[in-house]
Design a binder for this molecule. Structure first.
Ligand code: ZN
Length: 589
């Protein structure tokens, strides 16, 4: 059976955290902080998400490209990352291991270097036709400093990453647009509403970049959308579009706050625009450490003065100050570093400072802003969001590096151009749980349900052979189901330690859209009952089913509408079962 304990399922009408939901319905199980096991049901849903992506990537809008699936090695020599200078720059974000005491390798969080090297060595042959486009859906490892929020911030995650190689910047831009469109189609098919936001390309670099954001008040990204033209922006991009006008970066508009880190071993100085409110979560996230709440929440002027006084009263002030680590955090709304207020201590060494620049440290901007795109006034809406996809036009950033040059075969003075594209597949599982939680459990769209139909056999505390002796047709029927299981994603529930009622309850909770009751008190072959858990999107569904059944006399609608406790239920001749299930799936969300 799916979950050991059906009674551990959520009680009706109490909305629970979606991570708890995924655990209680047997989709995932935590291992350690930042690591999850994907259990059989969750894995099936993840594989289905993957299939939606595979299918979309196989569709050709024009016939000038072919997107091919491969699997790259999960690790890379650190030396390869040094060629693009991502190591040691991103040292803290990757896990490394020493191979046989001599080769330092890292576990790939992304694969730009690996694919570029592979492309250079295997695909840059004399008449190699470009574009070449490769993708994979694999586990990635990243040293997430503070894993949190279920599957959203983990150290191990499943990512779909795609890389494209082109002859010209124009070809790259053209394919970037194709991918933007494919991403929209993928999220549409998964019934996940996203907003495409213009974004900075950040660490990965390049010239064009779009984030796909799912709106959620608990998300860690700030999303700005225009009510008029519906353009989305991430906050860095929005600030950039306004040339930093989000706040005039002059000294009189700046302020700073002093506080301690959690164990008071480092001093933290935070610079931000006057009028904004600091967010402790954002500061802690960027700091990679907790902050001392007392000093953080103290009145700014009083708190700053107290810290200055405390430090100035140290006996050996000079030595104390020289040894004190100081983290200087500068909010991204501030563009001119030169205008920072004077440092309040006379004695310090510039080597003490660790700077964290251009980070979002404030609560979402509250003032109204004008749209940089359509120029409408006060139309910008600010919300929180979770990033689910990100596409980049990289230009020649990875292909024109000193040591990893990939040049055009026909004209070696020109580099090859590149794009990269990523979808957070394991994140999507959590977002599906947010989107599709209902009073029974999870009600997934049909493209991702773990199974299509659950055939429930009432054999509580009975040997199945005893039932077959009474009903030999049932045996043939179950064999037929068994034969179609793989092809049709059917599940056959023959557990003898669970009552039929509980089997049905669990089946609905885990999101199987159709239950077929094969036998039981009220049902005996040649009739079965079909219960519909998923959402039918065709009002005319009863007629449609009636039209396809062969035994029309015995087609009976027992319950037409979904209510709080009851699901639509029909009674049919068992010989019509497979056709009826196929038809229901066709007209289901
Ligand atoms: Zn606009």
């Amino acid at each position: 059976m799916f979950t050991k304990n059906a009674s551990s399922l959520k009680s009706k009408n109490s909305k629970i955290d979606e991570v708890q939901l995924l655990q209680s319905i047997g989709y995932i199980a935590p291992q350690n902080t930042g690591y999850y096991h994907y259990l059989p049901l969750g894995l099936r849903v993840l594989n289905n998400i993957s299939k939606v992506i595979d299918k979309e990537f196989s569709i050709k809008d024009d016939f000038n490209y072919n997107i091919e699936k491969l699997e790259l090695s999960q690790s890379s020599p650190v030396n390869l990352w040094k060629k693009t200078h991502r190591y040691p720059a991103n040292k803290d974000e990757v896990f490394t291991y020493m191979e046989n005491d001599k080769n330092l390798r890292l576990l790939n969080p992304t694969c730009e270097e690996s694919i570029t090297q592979l492309f250079k060595s295997n695909y840059m042959k004399g008449n190699s036709h470009l574009p070449k486009i490769f993708y994979q859906t694999t586990k990635k490892i990243r040293n997430e400093k503070r894993p949190r929020f279920g599957l959203i911030r983990t150290r191990e995650f499943i990512m779909n990453d795609c890389y494209s190689f082109h002859n010209t910047p124009e070809d790259t831009s053209k394919f970037f647009k194709i991918m933007e469109n494919k991403y929209r189609n993928i999220f549409n098919k998964l019934k996940i509403p996203v907003i495409a936001a213009m974004a900075d390309s950040g660490d990965i670099g390049g010239s064009e970049s779009i984030e796909f954001q799912y709106q959620d008040s608990r998300g860690e990204d700030t999303l700005l959308t225009c009510k008029s033209c519906h353009t989305g922006f991430n906050i860095e991009q929005f600030n950039g579009q306004l040339n930093g006008k989000l706040h005039e970066a002059v000294t009189k508009d700046l302020t700073f706050k002093l506080c301690w880190n959690a164990d008071k071993s480092s001093l933290v100085a935070i610079y931000y625009p006057k009028g904004e409110e600091l967010s402790i979560n954002k500061v802690e996230e960027e700091l990679g450490d907790d902050v001392d709440a007392e000093s953080f929440f103290a009145d700014r002027e009083v708190g700053n003065q107290k810290i200055v006084d405390d430090i100035n009263s140290k006996e050996d002030l000079q030595n104390y100050l020289f040894e004190l680590p100081i983290v200087r955090m500068i909010d991204l709304r501030i563009n001119k570093r030169g205008d920072l207020p004077d440092w309040p201590f006379k004695v310090f060494s510039k080597y003490q400072f660790m700077n964290i620049d251009k980070v979002d440290l404030c609560k979402p901007v509250s003032e109204a802003y004008d749209c940089p795109e359509c120029k409408s006034e006060n139309t910008i809406n600010v919300t929180r969001s979770i990033e689910v996809g990100h596409i980049f036009n990289l230009g020649d950033r990875y292909t024109n590096k000193d040591n990893l040059k990939v040049m055009n075969v026909d004209d070696i003075s020109k580099p090859i151009y590149m794009g990269c594209y990523g979808i957070g597949v394991s994140r999507l599982l959590q977002i599906l749980a947010i989107e599709n939680q209902d009073s029974l459990g999870i009600n997934l769209p049909k493209v991702v349900t773990p199974y299509t139909v659950n055939f429930i056999v009432d054999n509580y505390k009975k040997n199945i052979n005893e039932i077959f002796e009474e009903d030999s047709d049932l045996k043939v029927f179950l064999q037929d189901i068994n034969n179609k299981q793989i092809e049709k994603d059917y599940y056959l529930d023959l557990a003898s330690d669970i009552k039929q009622f509980d089997k049905a309850k669990v089946s609905a909770a885990v999101g199987i859209p159709i239950n077929v009751y094969c036998n039981g008190k009220h049902t005996k072959l040649p009739y079965v009952e079909v219960e519909i858990r998923g959402d039918i999107i065709d009002e005319n569904w009863i007629n449609k089913l009636q039209n396809i059944v062969k035994d029309k006399d015995n087609f009976k609608v027992l319950r037409e509408h979904k209510s709080d406790k009851r699901l639509p239920l029909i009674k049919i001749n068992y010989k019509d079962t497979f056709d009826v299930c196929d038809e229901i799936l066709k007209i289901m969300r």
